[in-house]
Design a protein around this ligand. Structure first.
Ligand code: ADP
Ligand code: MG
Length: 316
């Protein structure tokens, strides 16, 4: 019996030594990785080189800050302050929120309203973050009447809604902005390379010490397949690969799937014969808006919009 235990002990020691070797190697490249739950999803931040630990810490702090400001479910986020404001009331917000809204308004215009942060009253009705429910035609009609981004005015750092019912949802854009900001923070900290995965929004820069030529390889997930089954690998030096899909957040009722990307014109989840849209762009912020916008627009108009913003789009 003791002899058997001895063998088990020796085997365990061997495994621990091997793990030690592996982690040492990881350490030699000065790699630091941290995983946090923000933006209602799993977020991983990884950096290499000198100061990687400090850089990852700073990036996570900024991600947390942006999450807190933009969280539509939190009582005291800036978005909630905007949403509960009266018509005509000026709400002072941070530079982060202003920058996000500015880009969102620009993409709304360029996508002829396919991307629209004032879609919030419609998103609320479908309750994707709760049990999920199918709203009645009347409810949808009423909410559609409220969706209108031209009701949102920006004056310096103040947001003014013309009507109190207007509400915004930054779920289709905040992660993109956060990705760009976190990369900027890590660049400033002097790391040699970094990559972030904010629930399918991948942003990266610098050298990847884990690949032969130093570039980053991002796998585009096969829709509805188990995590890790990739359809295509995108290789790029710097920028973002962002995917919006029907398979990430949806509910099922009577055999029908209802996913979380809403066509502001119909009020219903968009129906197409693809189930995911991937954008490759230099900016994660643009890529995030575009992935949602192109999903709504469809292949032809989506491709035109992506071209106009210097991005690549893939429908699957
Ligand atoms: P994910 O959040 O899974 O990465 P998206 O970037 O496509 O996916 O964002 C979807 C989220 O954006 C929804 O959960 C909702 O909050 C919001 N949204 C849904 N439809 C639209 C739309 N047409 N325009 C802007 N935002 C939208
Ligand atoms: Mg998006």
């Amino acid at each position: 019996m003791m002899k058997k235990l001895g063998w088990i002990f020796a085997a365990l020691l061997f495994v621990v030594m091997l793990a030690g070797l592996y982690f040492n190697q990881y350490d030699k490249r000065n790699g630091t990785e941290e995983t946090v739950f923000l933006f209602d999803t799993i977020c991983t931040v990884k950096a290499y080189g000198e100061n990687s630990k400090e850089a990852v810490g700073k990036a996570v702090d900024r991600l947390t800050e942006i999450h807190k400001k933009t969280d539509v479910f939190s009582k005291d986020s800036e978005v909630t302050k905007i949403n509960s404001a009266d018509g005509g009331e000026a709400i002072e917000v941070s530079d982060d929120v202003i920058k996000i809204i500015l880009v969102a308004l620009e993409i709304e215009e360029k996508s002829s309203g396919a991307f629209d942060i004032s879609v919030a009253p419609l998103v609320d009705l479908w309750d994707f973050h709760g049990e999920g429910r199918i709203p009645s035609a009347e409810e949808l009609e009423k909410a559609k009447g409220i969706v209108d981004e031209s009701e949102i005015l920006l004056v310096g750092n103040r947001v003014i809604k013309q009507k109190s019912e207007t509400k915004i949802d930054l779920g289709g854009v905040a992660k993109g902005y956060a990705g760009d900001v976190a990369i900027e923070v890590m660049k400033e900290s002097g790391v040699s390379g970094a990559i972030l995965d904010l629930g399918g929004n991948i942003t990266f820069f610098g050298t990847n010490p884990e690949s032969e030529n130093g570039s980053w390889r991002v796998g585009v997930q096969k829709p509805f397949a188990p995590t890790g089954e990739y359809e295509e690998i995108i290789e790029k030096e710097e920028g973002a690969v962002v995917t919006s899909g029907t398979y990430q957040r949806y509910f099922e009722k009577d055999g029908e799937k209802y996913h979380h990307i809403i066509d502001p014109k119909t009020g219903y989840p968009v129906k197409h014969d693809y189930s995911s849209v991937t954008i490759v762009s230099d900016s994660a912020l643009v890529a995030d808006c575009l992935s949602t916008a192109c999903f709504v627009l469809g292949e032809e108009a989506g491709k035109t919009l992506a071209d106009c913003l210097g991005a690549e789009v893939m429908f699957r």
